[in-house]
Design a protein. Structure first.
Length: 127
């Protein structure tokens, strides 16, 4: 769904009252779903993607000790490098956190964007 006055403006960038006004004024409403519920779900998914960032950081704290043990195990055959194990542990933890960020945050946002695209496609097919 695109705002008639601002072509190219996504429906989800509008305020709630503007979205519900557009839905209420639709001459040909959707039959198989309630647009309000889809919009609420999309906004909830975006909120969960922001909450996932905090979740990832909290999960990263115990991973530090696990990563340290992994690096110590790898470096035990190199006694000269074992004193630098923290220098190798930090990048391992950062890489793990970045991968988790990609999985959780991009996953939630991808599903939200797909719902928006499907709703917009359905809306455009009815007109």
């Amino acid at each position: 769904m695109v705002n008639k006055s601002n072509k190219g403006t996504s429906l989800f960038l509008l305020q709630d009252f503007e979205i519900f006004e557009l839905i209420k004024n639709d001459e040909n409403p959707p039959i198989f779903y309630n647009p309000r519920n889809v919009i609420k779900l999309v906004k909830w998914l975006y909120g969960m993607s922001n909450a996932a960032i905090i979740y990832i950081i909290l999960l990263g704290i115990p991973q530090i000790s696990n990563s340290k043990m992994l690096v110590d195990y790898i470096l035990e055959s190199y006694p000269m490098l074992s004193s630098f194990s923290w220098l190798f542990t930090v990048p391992v933890v950062i890489i793990g956190l970045v991968l988790q960020y990609c999985l959780y945050v991009f996953g939630f946002r991808a599903v939200a964007n797909i719902l928006g695209i499907l709703m917009e496609m359905e809306y455009n097919s009815r007109n």
